[in-house]
Design a protein around this ligand. Structure first.
Ligand SMILES: Cc1cc2nc3c(=O)[nH]c(=O)nc-3n(C[C@H](O)[C@H](O)[C@H](O)COP(=O)(O)OP(=O)(O)OC[C@H]3O[C@@H](n4cnc5c(N)ncnc54)[C@H](O)[C@@H]3O)c2cc1C
Ligand code: SF4
Length: 346
């Protein structure tokens, strides 16, 4: 492992100054970054530890707006009583992620900045991967080994998906990512924070510049947040990333008719993938009308581009979206209780 310097930033100004040094990299909980150092995915010259910054709070404002500091632990946000009650999709996405030990260390900012789980990107012996080495090629596409890869927003350069469960829930809740940098503060919608290879060269994962840091996340108060749900389909019931996932936030009008809805999918692209056409088509649809739900969701898959190995995701993702819609309308039976095997609430 390459040698690097280490500094613990005492305040935000010091953190931003330290980040301006060439080869500098932030570290928060360290649950991702330390693996990258060991596997040669990253080789920073300087590590800037930001765990001393006052960014751990989870606050609910007077009008119900939720503000989460970037250094809040995943477990703290999931356990916050207001979050579990008013924004179940958020608590569920956190409790269905990683393990209790990881969630006790891992931060919200680090979760959003985690990298793809594409096995070629993660390989400890270098393989052709445009995300790691621009211009090297894409071993996954060359080998047609694409079962876990994207069906939307991919290119011949890269077809990786983004693994954050939290990001998908935040996109459904219309959240905003708060960023600080040398130019001051800026705000980015959660569904525009990650970049697909169609939007930027594969090496770039998010809109964050190297000298910027995430300070927090803001989630607006919306009636739809209460009727929300995160459904995660994975190959085993514990400690596993999503094959596909669906986050839904729903408002009902008279009876069980959909008034408005936001749907974001995980595991299908290198960012939470909004089903905007389906959201429009679902207005006025009865939740009990399965055929109408399926037909509306299918509209957003007209432009899906499955790879040879992952055609199954087209059907699976649509089913997940329809199931999540139904589950969102029944908050009394959240999937979060089924997270016991994953180290969920006991
Ligand atoms: C075995 C395993 C299983 C996992 N399973 C899941 C899962 O099912 N679902 C899921 O969503 N996640 C999963 N994760 C990912 C886990 O959630 C992340 O490792 C964790 O959230 C990263 O947070 P951290 O604070 O440890 O980040 P670090 O390791 O400290 O940093 C990770 C990256 O984020 C950057 N960073 C950290 N904080 C900031 C900030 N405030 N601003 C800008 N950049 C920042 C760092 O520079 C680094 O690039 C898993 C991880 C492991 C190791
Ligand atoms: S899909 Fe992307 S991350 Fe995976 S090998 Fe290809 S370039 Fe690398």
């Amino acid at each position: 492992m390459k040698e690097f310097t280490y500094v613990k930033a005492p305040d935000m100004a010091a953190a931003l100054t330290a980040l301006r040094r060439p080869g500098a990299q932030l570290v928060a909980g360290g649950t991702e970054l330390l693996n990258w150092l060991k596997d040669g995915i990253e080789a920073p010259d300087h590590l800037v530890d930001i765990t001393g910054l006052p960014l751990t709070a989870v606050d609910v404002g007077p009008h119900g707006r939720l503000r989460v500091g970037a250094l809040a632990r995943m477990s703290d946000l999931a356990a916050h009583p207001e979050v579990a009650r008013e924004r179940p999709v958020l608590a569920q996405s956190l409790l269905l992620a990683a393990s209790p030990q990881l969630r006790n260390m891992a931060t919200i900012g680090g979760n959003l900045q985690q990298r793809t789980r594409c096995p070629y990107f993660r390989a400890d012996t270098p393989l052709p991967c445009n995300k790691r080495t621009p211009g090297a090629g894409c071993a996954a596409l060359q080998a047609d080994d694409t079962a876990q890869h994207a069906i939307f927003g991919w290119t011949q350069e890269c077809a990786a998906t983004h693994p954050s469960d939290l990001a998908v829930a935040l996109a459904a809740l219309d959240a905003t990512i708060l960023i600080s940098g040398p130019g001051g503060e800026r705000r980015v919608p959660a569904d525009a924070f990650h970049l697909t290879p169609e939007e930027a060269e594969p090496r770039r994962h998010t809109v964050l510049a190297p000298d910027e840091l995430i300070t927090g996340v803001e989630v607006p108060a919306r009636p739809s947040a209460r009727l929300s749900h995160y459904l995660k389909v994975r190959q085993r019931a514990s400690y596993e990333f999503a094959v596909v996932s669906a986050a839904v936030a729903l408002e009902l009008t008279a009876g069980d008719t959909i008034g408005s809805v936001r749907i974001a999918l995980g595991g299908v692209a290198h960012r939470p993938w909004r089903l905007t056409a389906a959201e429009e088509a679902l207005r006025g649809t009865e939740l009990a009308d399965t055929d109408a739900l399926r037909a509306a969701v299918a509209i957003s898959f007209a432009d899906a581009r499955p790879l040879p190995g992952n055609g199954y995701k087209v059907e699976l993702a649509q089913r997940a979206a329809v199931r999540a819609l139904r589950a969102a309308a029944r908050p009394e039976a959240p999937d979060v209780h089924r997270a016991g095997a994953n180290g969920g609430p006991r």
